[in-house]
Design a protein around this ligand. Structure first.
Ligand SMILES: Cc1cc2nc3c(=O)[nH]c(=O)nc-3n(C[C@H](O)[C@H](O)[C@H](O)COP(=O)(O)OP(=O)(O)OC[C@H]3O[C@@H](n4cnc5c(N)ncnc54)[C@H](O)[C@@H]3O)c2cc1C
Length: 445
């Protein structure tokens, strides 16, 4: 707030100001501009810019249709028909195809280069009438308890300050979590404390035929890997690891990344002869959530509200879905103030639901019992179709999968109980691995 230097009198006016032009911000801006609202969309960088998070879900497709961008995404995307799981405890990989999900209407999703994808969505917002500014970083948001809306200050491309008096703020600033930081609402997830290393390869060995675009997941001792084929022949590879492992790094990030790949022979084989196209990147501890997603004249969308482990590729879908719900919520708040409190509560429920649904699986995905269920999926009582519905992102439309997912969870808990020896051994093994990594680190010169 101290950075606020533009006087209110000079501030331009708008209905909605959106912080951040990623999938959440650009989607919300497009929807609200299309409905005739005056929308300002501020993005601190310039598109196209690199972003991680390249694998989308089938339930992104109806959102693309509603935004009118499906063809543009199709042109840059690689079709992803399913997910291949590779476990060191099982001889052969298993593929789950989205065509087998509860609703057969969404048999595929896309893998995308986020620089291109985010640019399509950002341009769409501008086309729909939003004032979309790049190289413009929001530096302060000042809420005034006595007057509606907020005063937002931003630094433009030449360093000049601009201010907007807006009726509503949508924070879509991603992992920068602008408002959650300012309002001190951010809480780190202590239950799931992993971090990632990633890079792009050329010459990686893809799956044959229609499965070429499938995402592959590889479990290994210190976490899991993704293998995401992109349409230009590049393959995105990343490792999501426990912090103790990343803290053991003694070499540069790229060397460490390549050494980590070598710890997973199934993946290493797919990368034989492949070339890393640039240095690898590391991100820090990252799962978090804000204590609330909505308040007086503001909402937090996508990663600006919460971030969960990307093992099920849910981030972009949850971000875009939150933007659709946000657009309706803002309209209610602006046009029917008497309904605002209820609309904000509904928005908060939706924001919590997505991370909660996926987190149950995320917290358990490295346990032997869960791996067993993924590696030997059975469609008894349509449980596999229900599981695939979750993996496709079909969690907000009232698709009747609740009882089957409850049955899946019961089977999981039963598996842990019946096979308690293996669960116990896995726990001991993990403890030993952690200890060995620590010992190795402390023995280092
Ligand atoms: C290692 C890793 C792997 C992932 N893999 C996947 C995956 O395979 N599939 C998937 O769906 N998701 C994945 N994700 C998650 C995905 O990246 C995010 O969930 C998604 O990008 C969220 O979209 P968003 O619009 O909320 O935020 P972002 O895409 O981060 O967009 C936020 C935008 O706000 C801008 N911004 C920030 N602060 C300001 C400011 N002060 N002023 C102006 N602009 C600002 C940023 O520049 C950015 O463009 C992954 C994430 C990580 C870390």
């Amino acid at each position: 707030v101290s950075a606020l230097s533009a006087p209110t009198a000079q501030a331009e006016r708008c209905d909605i100001l959106v912080i951040g032009g990623g999938p959440a911000g650009s989607t919300a801006a497009a929807l609200l501009a299309e409905r005739g609202r005056s929308v300002v969309l501020l993005e601190k960088s310039a598109h196209p810019r690199f972003h991680i998070g390249e694998s989308l879900l089938p339930l992104n497709m109806p959102l693309f249709d509603r935004l009118g961008v499906r063809q543009e995404i199709e042109a840059i995307g690689m079709r992803k028909y399913g997910v291949e799981f590779n476990s060191p405890a099982h001889e052969a990989p298993v593929t789950l195809d989205f065509a087998d999900a509860w609703d057969k209407d969404y048999p595929y999703a896309f893998q995308v280069r986020r620089s291109e994808f985010d640019q399509v969505l950002f341009r769409n917002a501008a086309r729909k009438g939003a004032l979309a500014c790049e190289n413009t970083r929001v530096t302060a948001v000042q809420f005034d308890a006595d007057s509606p809306g907020a005063l937002v200050t931003a630094k433009g491309p030449d360093g000049e300050l601009r201010a907007w008096q807006t009726r509503f703020v949508l924070d879509a600033s991603g992992r920068d979590t602008f408002l959650a930081n300012q309002l001190k609402l951010k809480v780190r997830n202590r239950r799931h404390n992993s971090a990632a290393l990633f890079g792009h390869f050329t010459g990686a060995q893809r799956l044959p035929g229609a499965a070429e675009g499938n995402i592959s997941i590889f479990w290994f001792d210190h976490g899991w890997f993704w293998f995401i084929p992109l349409s230009d022949g590049t393959t995105s590879v990343g490792a999501v690891c426990w912090p103790y492992y990343l803290n053991s790094r003694k070499t540069d990030v790229t060397r460490f990344f390549l050494d980590t790949i070598a710890l997973c022979p199934m993946l290493a084989r797919r990368l034989e002869g492949a070339q890393l196209t640039g240095p690898a990147t590391a991100t820090g501890n990252y799962s978090y959530s804000a204590q609330r997603s909505a308040g007086h004249n503001y909402l937090m969308l996508g990663d600006a509200f919460a971030f969960i482990d990307p093992v099920f590729s849910s981030g972009v879908f949850l971000a875009m879905n939150s933007a659709f719900v946000a657009a309706d919520t803002v309209e209610t708040c602006l046009d029917q103030p008497a309904e605002a409190a209820q609309a904000l509560r509904r928005f908060d429920r939706v924001m919590r639901k997505g991370p909660a649904v996926f987190s149950w699986f995320i917290y358990r995905v490295t346990t032997p019992a869960m791996r067993e269920l993924f590696m030997q999926p059975r469609n008894v009582l349509r449980i596999k179709e229900a599981l695939l519905a979750v993996l496709a992102g079909d969690i907000f439309r009232g698709t009747p999968i609740g009882a089957r997912i409850a049955a899946f969870k019961a089977v999981y808990y039963l598996g842990c109980l019946l096979d308690w020896r293996r669960t116990w051994r896995a726990w001991l093994r993990r403890r030993r691995i952690v200890r060995d990594v620590y010992l190795e680190r402390s023995a280092a010169p």
